[in-house]
Design a protein around this ligand. Structure first.
Ligand SMILES: [Zn+2]
Length: 295
């Protein structure tokens, strides 16, 4: 399904065969993307790219089987990203070939990438809310080959995991009944990939306060959470429209529960937050130890 039209082909909208012909000649893929609100409603994987002539943005959507959920859905998305090669053919003798060389090179270089790179790109397709589920699926199906390779959380995915834990433990029920919404923060003006957390010397700090319409809890990471010099990161917001004392107490109690579950989650998944240098030092030490034991 052709989903975007550049300046040279906008007149082809509504003429699927002509648009397909145009894409066949002009479409250079650049990266994969998932556009969805709820993952269970995701209809397909997008191959994003540009037009060979004008450089305008183009998009080809590859549908995935309807009705898939859970691990089956993740597998279908993964397989599509690893194997789909729209507008090109493949032969074992010559590899990918078609009407556009740059496109064939894109598919060939995808196939040459290391597994860990595939896994990281797959993870970045998901929004903060679904990232943990995708991480767990990867860890089960494509566990990293080296101890220095870890699947990082983002600030928003940490927030989402904390909410999920609070819910599973029954600590979300009272607040859940009065909440208007709760949302992980898409960082830095909505950049989809978010900020990867690569250090653990931070506190998860929920701050409850009155806002323009009701009571808000804004959650921050305070301290060192990556290699930038920032020391505060907004990771998510919860809001109720109520302003009364009972609502204030419920929101205050929820802050305590979130703080607790965040601390527990980070401690149980400390490896995901260990700085790369520390992981490498540990790996070198282990390597040297093993080498020494063979002497
Ligand atoms: Zn164009």
């Amino acid at each position: 399904m052709v989903n975007r039209y550049c300046e040279c082909c906008h007149r082809l909208a509504g003429r699927p065969d002509a648009a397909t012909n145009f894409y066949n000649d002009h479409f250079i893929p650049t990266h994969w993307a998932l556009n969805y609100f709820k993952l269970s409603e995701c209809l397909g994987v997008s191959l994003m790219g540009c037009c060979k002539d004008c450089g305008g943005e183009l998009e080809k959507v590859i549908p995935i089987q309807k009705g898939l959920t859970g691990d089956d859905l993740l597998k279908a998305i993964y397989d599509t990203v690893q194997t789909a090669h729209p507008y090109d053919s493949f032969s074992t003798q010559v590899g990918y070939y078609g009407r556009c060389e740059e496109r064939s090179r894109f598919y060939a270089s995808r196939d040459e990438q290391r597994q860990f790179r595939h896994s990281k790109q797959f993870l970045d397709l998901f929004n903060d809310w679904d990232r943990e589920r995708a991480q767990l699926w990867l860890e089960q199906n494509f566990p990293p080959e080296k101890p220095t390779e870890v699947f990082r959380d983002t600030g928003g995915s940490l927030f989402s995991s904390v909410i999920r834990r609070a819910k599973a433990n029954g600590d979300f029920d009272r607040a859940g009944a009065i909440l208007d919404y709760y949302l992980p923060c898409e960082h830095e003006g909505g950049r989809h990939e978010g900020v990867k957390l690569t250090a653990y010397e931070f506190d998860f700090v929920p701050i409850v306060n009155y806002g323009c319409e009701g009571i808000y809890i804004d959650c921050y990471l305070k301290g060192k959470f990556d290699e930038s010099r920032r020391c505060s990161l907004h990771v998510g917001t919860l809001k109720t429209l109520r302003r009364d004392l009972e609502a204030a107490k419920i929101m205050g109690e929820l802050c305590g529960a979130l703080m607790h579950h965040a601390s527990e989650y980070v401690n149980q998944n400390l490896r995901r937050y260990t700085p790369a240098q520390e992981l490498e030092a540990e790996y070198r030490q282990k390597d040297a130890g093993e080498a020494g034991s063979h002497v």
